[in-house]
Design a protein around this ligand. Sequence first.
Ligand code: ADP
Ligand code: ADP
Length: 225
Amino acid sequence: MSELNLILFGPPGAGKGTQADRLREDFQLPHISTGDILRAQVSEGTALGTEAKRFMDAGKLVPDEVIVGMITDRVADGDARDGFLLDGFPRNEHQADALAEALSSLERHLTAALLIEVPDDEIVRRLAGRRVCVKNPSHIYHVDFDPPKHEGVCDQDGSRLLQRDDDREETIRTRLEVYHSQTEPLIGYYDESGLLRRFDGTRGPDEVHAHIRATVATLRLEESL
Ligand code: ADP
Ligand code: ADP
């Protein structure tokens, strides 16, 4: 069977989690979100979580040595053998090289790097209004753009909605700077290898979804030829 080994990247708040939740269902792919994995470690109070939290709260990247092994092991897991949707990794060239090496040692390769583009002023509005379900982090809302039916309550499971600690104005600015200096160079990196696919993330969630889904369906067809 053809594999879909996909990464989803773009600035914080571009809509990666929102789209990943939909694509996961469309293509039956495990959604591997480094942010969600790290936040789960923080709430469990593990040593890794305690180490990571300092960086996350400051809006900085968690050091590569904390994250790279965790993700390269994860893509080799059974449920990711036929493909995966990586969200939030890689975030710099060192991580991108580590992912390529890990896949190559498994005789696999990346199918595409899906970039969701959104300008900075829109990002600030999105992150400041983001609310996330305490029970399931893939249930994502926005106070204006995608409000829940009842304020502060998840439509899907009735749990409370919270604002993430790092979705505060000062931290958002730092995260954007980190994105531009460390993650944005990956656009050139994946463009050179022909893997880059760009999407206009300023459209509504349904429209962005339709565009990405059509591209991924084509990629799947090409992989199976
Ligand atoms: P965003 O909404 O910015 O896309 P994420 O949930 O992906 O947020 O990430 C939240 C935080 O977790 C980041 O600001 C960073 O501190 C840490 N993090 C997530 N993925 C990585 C990674 N691949 N490398 C380093 N740090 C990461
Ligand atoms: P990321 O995972 O890239 O950080 P999220 O998927 O968590 O981004 O989305 C960030 C915020 O923007 C959330 O509040 C979400 O409801 C909202 N959002 C996502 N996609 C769109 C869109 N296309 N238009 C408007 N708001 C959106």
